[in-house]
Ligand binder design. Structure first.
Ligand SMILES: [Cu+2]
Length: 129
């Protein structure tokens, strides 16, 4: 009985250690990803966003109540990025290769709004301040 408890206590130790090391890895990964993302504050009336293996800049911040035109240019031939969905702004558009598609938006609320490709695989973020 005592030995049985000893063994189960040891496996709990191992489980706890494993959980800690997994969270350590997850935390490192998260920090790494966070540092990669640069937020660009947009003060002009428009912003050029390049669509190439994702959206660049990936995070923009714009002003509430002001119309900002997002000029998307797709340079990535993969069909994954051929459609863009800004669900919060009720916009769904196809992006022809190497052609600039302008999408004006006038956010009425502050917050963070995620947009994505048609398959919800690549994401960009619009921060409204
Ligand atoms: Cu996609």
């Amino acid at each position: 009985m005592a030995e049985g408890l000893g063994i189960s206590a040891m496996s709990w130790d191992k489980i706890i250690v494993s959980i800690f090391s997994i969270s350590g890895i997850a935390l490192t990964y998260w920090f790494f990803l966070m540092r990669q993302v640069q937020e660009v504050a947009i003060t002009a009336d428009s912003v050029d966003i390049t669509v190439d293996g994702g959206y660049q800049p990936e995070v923009i911040s714009i002003s509430k109540g002001k119309t900002t035109t997002l000029n998307f240019t797709r340079k990535d031939s993969s069909s994954c990025l051929e459609e863009i969905i800004l669900s919060d702004f009720r916009v769904r558009k196809s992006l022809p290769l190497n052609k600039t598609i302008s999408i004006p938006i006038t956010p009425q609320q502050t917050g963070e709004f995620i947009y994505s490709c048609g398959m919800n695989m690549f994401h960009g973020k619009i921060k409204v301040v």
